[in-house]
Structures are given as C-alpha cells and as structure tokens.
Write a protein that binds this ligand. Structure first.
Ligand code: ADP
Ligand code: MG
Length: 740
C-alpha cells in the first residue's frame, strides 16, 4: 500500500540543515499493526508525518498504491490525506471549545458528509469508545484517556484505511494507556495501523511488526505475525465540506469561545460605529458647507423651502392652495409664512429670555410628549419648544410652567400684554443656539399676524387735510381695532376737538391709507365719537386713557378689511431637496413664481475645496480603521491557528479554512452592524438619547446605509483574506508546529 524507496527528509531552519531521517526503505500493507520504537530524536515522528502527507520529503520516492508522489502538489496531498489517513496524536489535537459530539462531527463535515447520516454515525462512534455520558461535554473538561478516546472515535469517523498514531499513550497513566491500545487494536481490523511508542510492552500483545529506529535510520524491522494482505477498495468519491456545513461550523466558531466572540464583536462595533459616525459627520459638514451662509430676512433657511408668489401679484385663494398641495413632492404648505421668519422674543422682568418663531398649536404634533405642562387653550397661553440644552429652559425646569412673559418682535416693540407659559417641549434635534418655536391658539396667531402686517405697512391717517404717520411705537394715530366701534365710525380722542369747528370733530371725515409691498388700500371713515378720561371704559372697554390717548379706534371689520387681505406670499416645503426643481417647474406652469431659499444665502465659495479635503480625511480615516481592526482581530484570533491546523490535518482544504474564517467574521460583523442599527432605532424612537446617534439618523439616508454596509463588508472581507493569507500560507504541519 505504501512504499518508501531511499526517502530522506531534511529540515531547513534559518540556514541550518537538520536531518529528519535518511534513505529509508520501507513498505506497509493493510492489515498490519506496526509499532515503531526508538529513542527520542531518532526520526519516528518525522517518518509518520511524511507518510501522513503532513510533511514533504526531499529525496527518494514514496509510492501510494504504486503511484509516485514526488510530483504531488499540495492539493494532491490534501486529497490523499482525506482519503487515506487518520492521525492520532500524543497531545490529542482536539478542538477544546467543542463538545465530544462536535469534535467527531467536525471530521465528518470536513469530509463532505451531512444530515442524518452524520448524527447516527457520530452517536454510534461515541458509544463504541464508551463516552456516551460525555457526548455533550466540552473536550477541555475530559481526562487524558477520555480525550484520546475522542481522538480515536474521530479517526474512525474518517473511515480511512490507514491509522497513524504518534505516541498516543504518551500523556496517559498506565491503565488508560492499556485501554487505549486495546481500543486501537479492536478497531484496526483490515486497516494499516502504525503506532509510535516509547513503551513497547504496552503494545507487544497486538503488534504484527516491530520497527526500531536510530538516528534517522531503521535499525531493526521484524515481522512478528504473518498477516494476510488485504486489498484496498477505494472509497466512494470524496466530497468536500458542503455549504450548509460551512455555515454551521462558521456560526459555531463565531460564538463558541465566548470571550473571543465578545472581543471581536467589540472591535466590529467600534469599526461600524466609527465608520457610521465619521460618515455622518462628513455628510453634516458637506451639508453645512452647502447651506452655510446667511440671510438677513429669512429665518427658516431649510433647503427644502420655497417662497412662492402668484405672477399676477394677487392673493392666493383656497383653490390655489389645493392645487399646490396636489403637486407631487410638496410636503407642506404654509399659507401665512411670515411667522416662519418673524422671530419673537419673550422676556419677563427678571432674566427670562426665549426666542422662537410663532406657530399655531394645531400644528404641534399631538403624539409628542410634553416635557412639562399642557397645551395652550386660552388666547394668552403659549407653549415653548426649545433645545434641552437651552440655558434658560434647563435652569428653570418645571418652574417654567405658569411663568408670565411679554412679547416683542423684530418689527414691533414690546407689548404690554402678558402671556402665560403652559407647557414646554424639549426638541433634541435643536442646539442651544438654535431658534425655538412658540405655539399659541389660532386666535393669537391671527392677532400677531395683523400687528405684523400693520408694522410692515406704511400707514397714513389723513385728518383735517393733513397726513399723519401711524406706527406701532407711537400711540398717536396708532390704529386699533375694537368690537365696540360700529360701521364706518372712528373713535378719536377729545383732545382733537380743539382743532375742529365749534370744538367738536364729530362727523368729520378721516381717511386711512395702507401702502405695502403687495397692495395699496384706503378707507374713508367719519368720526363717530370722541373719548376722554372719564368715558374711555364705557366707550371702548379695557383700555387705559393714559396709555391709549391719541390712538384711532376703528371697527374690527374695517381693520380686517385693511390688513387681513389674505396671503400674497406663502411658503411650501418639498419632501426632499433633490425634488425642488421638479416642483418649481410645476409651479411655473401654474403661474406661480418661486424663490429657492438656498439661493438667497450668501456664501464664501470655498465649498468645492472643502469637499475635497473632507473626502481625503474620511478615506484616510477608513483606511486607518481597517488596519486598527485588522491588527486587533489578528491578535484576538491568533489562538485560532490551532483550530485551523487541526481541521486541515482532519482533511479540510485551505480554501475551506478560509471560508470558515470568513463566515465566522461575517457573522460577528453582521451582528455588530445590526446591533448598531438597533441602537440607532432606539435613539430615534427616543427610548434613550445619545446626540451622536441623532446626527447619524439626521444626515444618513438609505443609500448611505447601503454604501457604508458595502464598505464595511469589504473591510470585513479584506480582514479575513489578509488574516487567512497569514495563517494558511504554510503546510498543515507548520501551522500546527508554530503553536506547539
Ligand atoms: P522522534 O519523534 O523520534 O523523537 P523527530 O522525528 O521528532 O524524532 O525528529 C527527528 C530529527 O529531526 C531530530 O534530530 C530533530 O531535531 C529533527 N527535527 C524534527 N522536527 C524538526 C523541525 N521542525 N526543524 C528542525 N529539525 C527538526
Ligand atoms: Mg516524536
């Protein structure tokens, strides 16, 4: 079966040549039970390794079933080992983190068996070597004798004609040693068993042939019992580790050694989160670069905002809004958009200060949970939305509820009216320096709107043939609506009487003219009543004479006629920046002109250069991360050399080992990736709060997640390829030897 003719083996080690054995001539047959003895260093192990195809030889010729092997490639030897050889070692070479069952299963899987066949056979073998009770015990917990039994069962599972045992009892006490030899003999029928031993007496009873070696040469070769030569019938075609078995083993290896699993998971989690965070900060930088710039008029400079006007400069009707809403990609229409840009300042007598834009409380999403308090219901109640890091808000905490504040805008001076804060919402997407939001009732929004319209218009009062400016910071000629004034009447102060005939202005005409960007209008009214200190309350209600003396009171209807003329300008928000031009085209078709807020921003133009620099930074960062991950994982996986050495000796191909490692690392990588996504989701759902996660979810879109996924997959793949190249570049024996 195996014949060696003048075979020599040399070791080349750092320039020194050592001889393993020289010019051996031996021949072995099936049915033999051969014992090899000799002092240590005489070349026994070297001989076994050459016969096993674990090591190469340098001189002579070894024949397997009559075939020359000197031209054998690595793959030829892999196939040979798989078909012919089972090894049993002094130090067992079992996978310590596997159970007894898994160790035996491993060799069957590496040799292409699968399914029920494997299970039945493994259990039968475990019974045969008497380890039934230990089938689910980790090998590391077994005694030496038990371990060697597992190794024998494993050798049997391989169903090879040749069994090679290098000092199988060297690490065992004498009782276990005898049992193991007995077991080896029991299973050796029709096989070729070659056993190296220091203790010839132990095997004497069974051997059919004894070989004694000395200094790399055969000293004695004696046949003790005649054996009949058995012919070897080739096994069925050898199969490779199949895909499902690879997956099974890969998964098992991923979790099997818990501390290793945790360490690798941590490394991947670090890589995944670094890549994600770095990339989202990169996108944020690009976004800020593109949108950075300022504008003194528009406060809401969202890149998805469009300011719209009708080309004929008329008021938007309800139908117009309906039409606009139906344009695809339009997400939101804000008919009265001055509120978006009108920053309102709230103060009290002490240090309270808050700024935000105003909005109708109905636009406050009802599923948001307030930090403190309740939604406003009365017309003097307000809700604040601000950053949790806003100094004033966070200082006050829940004491903010019930606080009374006054209000001013960039167009109007401080009003004497006070408002009560009834609720606070912390928006985690805002920074402490961002402008917040102030929510009030619909009525309060209208009120603000009028006062703003008024303050943005040029208002003139024509009385007694003279024009007078009317504005919000001077009470004289200020126009105030009142429900107590009827028809086209206007109530003025009795102070004016002295300028009229007979000291009475009653019935005199008074004209109010409005002049603003979008329209001009005027109202011709007549003086209906005059007020003075003692009748102010009865005529006009809750206005103090000292404060309002000189103001012009007109009916609410007339006031609305002047200022509540509908919207000449509105804003819309598009679902995504990239659709903005499609929407603009559609608007033009409807005779609506639009202004892209982004175009109104003033920028300094260095965007392109900055983008290139940012890109270089991020690519460098990814490459650095790859090497950090590679070196750390390499250190963690160093102990895996033994495992892969073992399964190669069992018959796994180098490419199989590489794939097992890939599956192992891919499994942990995916776990880390999805763990990260899960954390991201939790943050998004506000189960907990981490601001870096918020940045990620704010700036990354699906395509980014996919892109990063592929980058990470590639990184993970390169790590296993590099690692595999490092550990599998040697012969199976060398891989093992480096460890022992
Ligand atoms: P035995 O198993 O009989 O104790 P070995 O086969 O292990 O002996 O060793 C035979 C000879 O080959 C010894 O002189 C030993 O020094 C040498 N040898 C074995 N392995 C190596 C190796 N990896 N590198 C260099 N020399 C080796
Ligand atoms: Mg030895």
């Amino acid at each position: 079966m195996i014949t060696l003719k003048n075979v020599s083996k040399y070791y080349y080690n750092k320039g020194i040549i050592a001889s393993g054995f020289t010019k051996l001539n031996l021949s072995f047959h099936l049915g033999e039970f051969v014992a090899i003895t000799g002092e240590s260093g005489s070349g026994k192990s070297t001989l076994l390794n050459v016969i096993s195809g674990l090591d190469s030889y340098e001189e002579g010729e070894m024949y397997i079933d009559g075939k020359e092997t000197s031209h054998y490639t690595e793959t030829d030897f892999e196939n040979y080992r798989r078909e012919y050889i089972s090894n049993i070692f002094q130090n067992f070479n079992l996978v310590n983190s596997y159970t007894v069952y898994q160790n035996i299963e491993l060799v069957m899987l590496t040799n292409g068996k699968k399914g029920r066949e494997v299970k039945q056979k493994v259990l039968a073998l475990i019974d045969q070597v008497g380890l039934h009770r230990y089938k689910n015990t980790k090998v590391s917990k077994l005694s030496g004798g038990q371990k060697q039994r597992v190794a024998i069962a494993r050798a049997l599972a391989k169903e090879t004609p040749i069994l090679i045992a290098d000092e199988p009892t060297g690490n065992l006490d004498s009782t276990s040693a005898l049992e193991i030899i007995q077991l080896l003999h029991d299973i050796s029928k029709d096989k070729l068993v070659i056993i190296v031993t220091h203790n010839y007496e132990q095997v004497e009873k069974y051997v059919t042939r004894k070989i004694k070696m000395h200094d790399g040469k055969v000293l004695e070769d004696k046949v003790l019992k005649k054996t009949k030569e058995v012919n070897y019938t080739k096994n069925e075609k050898q199969r490779n580790l199949c895909f499902s078995s690879k997956m099974k083993l890969g998964f098992r290896n991923a979790f099997n050694i818990f501390p290793k699993f945790v360490l690798v998971l941590m490394v991947y989690l670090f890589v995944v989160s670094s890549v994600m965070l770095a990339y989202s900060f990169f996108k944020k930088q690009i976004y800020l670069l593109e949108n950075n710039g300022y504008n003194s008029y528009f406060q809401d400079t969202s890149s998805t905002r469009l300011v719209i006007k009708k080309e004929d400069k008329s008021v938007f009707s309800d139908e117009d809004y309906e039409k606009i809403k139906n344009i695809s990609h339009v997400k939101k229409v804000v008919p009265y958009d001055l509120n978006l840009d009108n920053v309102i300042y709230l103060h009290d007598d002490n240090s309270f200060y808050f700024q935000g834009v105003f909005d109708d409380v109905q636009n406050f999403s009802s599923n948001k949970k307030l930090k403190y308090g309740t939604l406003p219901v009365k017309d003097d109640e307000i809700l604040l939305l601000g950053s949790p890091n806003d100094y004033v808000l966070s200082d006050l905490g829940k004491d903010i509820i019930g606080k009374k504040v006054t209000l001013s805008t960039q167009y109007t001076s401080e009003d004497s009216k006070t408002y009560t804060i009834t609720g606070v919402f912390y928006d985690k997407n805002l920074n402490y320096y961002d402008i917040g939001k102030i929510y009030g009732t619909n009525h309060l929004v209208d009120e603000l709107k009028f006062s703003m319209n008024q303050s943005m218009s040029q208002l003139k009062v024509l009385f007694l043939d003279e024009y007078h400016d009317s504005n919000s910071y001077d009470v004289h000629y200020r126009i105030i609506p009142s429900d107590m004034v009827q028809g086209d009447d206007v109530y003025i102060s009795s102070d004016f009487n002295s300028s009229c005939k007979n000291d009475s202005c009653l019935g005199y005409p008074l004209k109010i003219e409005v002049n603003q960007l979008y329209y001009q209008d005027s109202l011709s009214l007549k003086v209906g009543k005059t007020y003075q200190n003692n009748n102010m309350k009865t005529l006009l209600g809750d206005y103090s004479f000292e404060e309002y003396n000189g103001a012009i009171f007109i009916s609410t209807d007339n006031y609305n006629r002047l200022f509540n003329k509908g919207n000449y300008q509105s804003s819309i928000f598009v679902d995504s920046e990239k659709n903005i031009d499609i929407v603009r085209e559609e608007l033009t078709k409807n005779n609506i002109s639009s202004l892209k807020i982004k175009d109104t921003l003033v920028n300094d133009g260095a965007v392109e250069e900055m983008k290139i620099i940012q890109t270089i930074v991020i690519v460098t960062l990814f490459i650095t991360l790859f090497f950090i991950a590679y070196f750390v994982i390499r250190i963690i996986l160093k102990s895996r050399n033994i495992y892969f050495g073992t399964i190669r000796i069992l018959g796994a191909k180098r490419s199989d080992c590489k794939q097992l490692l890939e599956i192992e690392l891919f499994t942990v990588f995916h776990l880390a990736y999805f763990l990260f996504l899960f954390l991201l989701y939790g943050n998004w759902k506000q189960l907990f709060h981490l601001s870096i996660f918020t940045t990620v979810s704010k700036y990354l879109v699906l395509s980014d997640y996919l892109l990063l996924y592929f980058i990470l997959v590639l990184m993970s793949y390169l790590i296993s390829v590099r690692f595999a190249r490092k550990i599998f570049c040697h012969s199976a024996m060398k891989t093992m030897r480096e460890e022992v």
